[in-house]
Design a protein around this ligand. Structure first.
Ligand code: GDP
Ligand code: IMO
Ligand code: MG
Length: 432
């Protein structure tokens, strides 16, 4: 089986972690290819009294599956303190993390970049992005500016010292003269980063080469995105995006697997829409309906705990995600959250300045003015959490899913009806 890409279709938190975990037992490796600990994936394992909940930020979701190799690809930015505290947290709960592999070319989040992320947001004031404050943007900026620190640099103290010195020559000017903050001492930064080197060394390798060898042996590799299509730095709602490529194209550059080895792109899409942070959101609900989605769907951030902004399903975004990612299968999540609504509106198009748009306007000002055109579907009241086949779903739930499938232009191959691993309706096998 060649490589499979798994991405988020909306603004993140669609349930990518659960979907990856679901595939886990039949997958040989799960590669995280972008982002860092701005991501937060909640995974629920077992049922009843045995239910265990895990929150992952930096580790690929495959870490919870025995036998699956979790890989942090070159496209990821790593906060080493977070990495080891996440590893320690899982080990304390009996999860074996010894199979973890880390790319020698992944970039490291230096302490000054966390500070710069946070103070930049403060200086932006009303124009802030609403970042997670984890140093993600400044670390990717350093990568592009060619002053970044990579995993391999940690194993050569002289090289690390030279690189940190170069970066701080610039960064301290910005911190002290523009932001009126204290600068960082080179030796303190080098000591902090080096303190992780010995523990990290056995995990580090050329992950692109490792993946080629796995694919040559016909093993199954899942490339798992952090964030989502509309948070992609090129194809999202710029500037209210993250600083990496979260769409399917990023899977190749972020892992070192060529496009010709990928034959499937699975997009995870929520049965309604959520967003964390600032930026336009056409179907956002600022009334009781939004509160209901937030409370029933437990829409509070896994990373920052912020309440997620909630709104109805937006088929324009779904179609856009299908096009940008070349989606072969959608996994529709959280359908159960809509149970009990008398009717369910869906945004089928936008109106901008009186003109109908069936495709997402990539002009920032137009998107900010987009007014949803709604079509309303009848709701259902039956509990659907025990449904495992499409036939188990009430007629109106099935009609809702069928309508979405037609609008977003790719087959819905699985439907989430609860947070648990088994709470999934299988329409067709995602791996065959
Ligand atoms: P990710 O960032 O895309 O991995 O998603 P998050 O983990 O941040 O947010 C998704 C949340 O929805 C998590 O709390 C999941 O446990 C939960 N979840 C996933 N699928 C379903 C589903 O089908 N139904 C319900 N009720 N919850 C789900
Ligand atoms: P997962 O993988 C939802 C958002 C932040 C902010 C913007 C930029 O769990 O879906 P950053 O810290 O990346 O520079 O912040 O992106 N954001 C997310 N929103 N889910 C995520 O990840 C996110 N990662 C970043 O809220 O608006
Ligand atoms: Mg999340």
């Amino acid at each position: 089986m060649p490589a499979i890409v798994l991405v988020g279709a909306q603004w993140g938190d669609e349930g990518k972690g659960k979907a990856t975990d679901l595939l886990g037992s039949r997958v040989d490796a799960v590669v995280k290819f972008n982002g860092g600990n701005n991501a937060g994936h909640t995974i629920v394992i077992g049922s009843g009294e045995q239910r265990e909940k895990y929150a992952l930020h930096l580790l690929p979701s495959g870490i919870l599956t025995p036998g699956c190799t979790p890989i942090i690809g070159n496209g990821v930015v790593i906060d080493l303190g977070v990495l080891f505290s996440e590893i320690d947290g899982l080990e304390a709960r009996g999860v074996d993390t010894s199979r973890l592999v880390v790319s020698n070319s992944a970039h490291v989040i230096a302490p000054y970049n966390r500070t710069i992320d946070q103070v930049t947001e403060r200086f932006l004031g009303k124009s802030k992005i609403g970042t997670t404050g984890r140093g993600i943007g400044p670390t990717y900026a350093d990568k592009m500016a060619r002053i970044g620190i990579r995993v391999q640099d940690l194993f050569d103290r002289d090289l690390l010292h030279a690189k940190v010195t170069g970066a701080l020559n610039l960064k301290n000017q910005v911190l002290v003269k523009i932001y009126n903050r204290k600068g960082f001492h080179v030796d303190a930064v080098v000591d902090e980063l080096s303190s992780y080197a010995d523990r990290l060394r056995p995990m580090v390798t050329d992950t692109s080469l490792l993946l080629e060898q796995m694919l040559d042996r016909d093993e199954t590799v899942v490339l798992e995105a952090g964030q989502a299509t509309l948070l992609d730095v090129d194809h999202g709602t710029y500037p209210f995006v993250t600083s990496s490529n979260a769409t399917a194209g990023g899977a190749c550059t972020g892992s070192g697997i060529p496009p010709t080895r990928i034959n499937r792109v699975i997009a995870i899409v929520k049965a309604y829409t959520t967003r964390v942070g600032e930026g336009p959101f056409p179907t956002e609900l600022l009334d009781d309906s939004g509160d209901r989605l937030r409370n029933v769907g437990a829409e509070f951030g896994t990373t920052t705990g912020r309440p997620r902004r909630c709104g109805w399903f937006d088929a324009v975004i779904g179609r856009y995600a299908a096009r940008i990612n070349g989606v072969t299968d959608f996994v529709l999540t959280k359908l159960d959250v809509l149970t009990g609504l008398s009717e369910v509106p869906v945004c089928v198009a936008y109106e901008v300045d009186g003109k109908r748009h069936d495709d997402l306007p990539t002009d920032q000002a137009q998107f900010a003015r987009a007014v949803p055109v709604y079509e309303t579907f009848p709701g259902w009241t039956e509990d659907i959490s025990a449904a495992r086949t499409v036939e188990d779903l009430p007629d109106n739930a099935r009609r809702y899913v069928d309508a979405l499938e037609k609008m977003i232009k790719a087959p819905i191959s699985a439907i989430g009806v609860g947070p648990g691993r088994d709470e999934t309706v299988t329409v067709r096998d995602l791996l065959s």
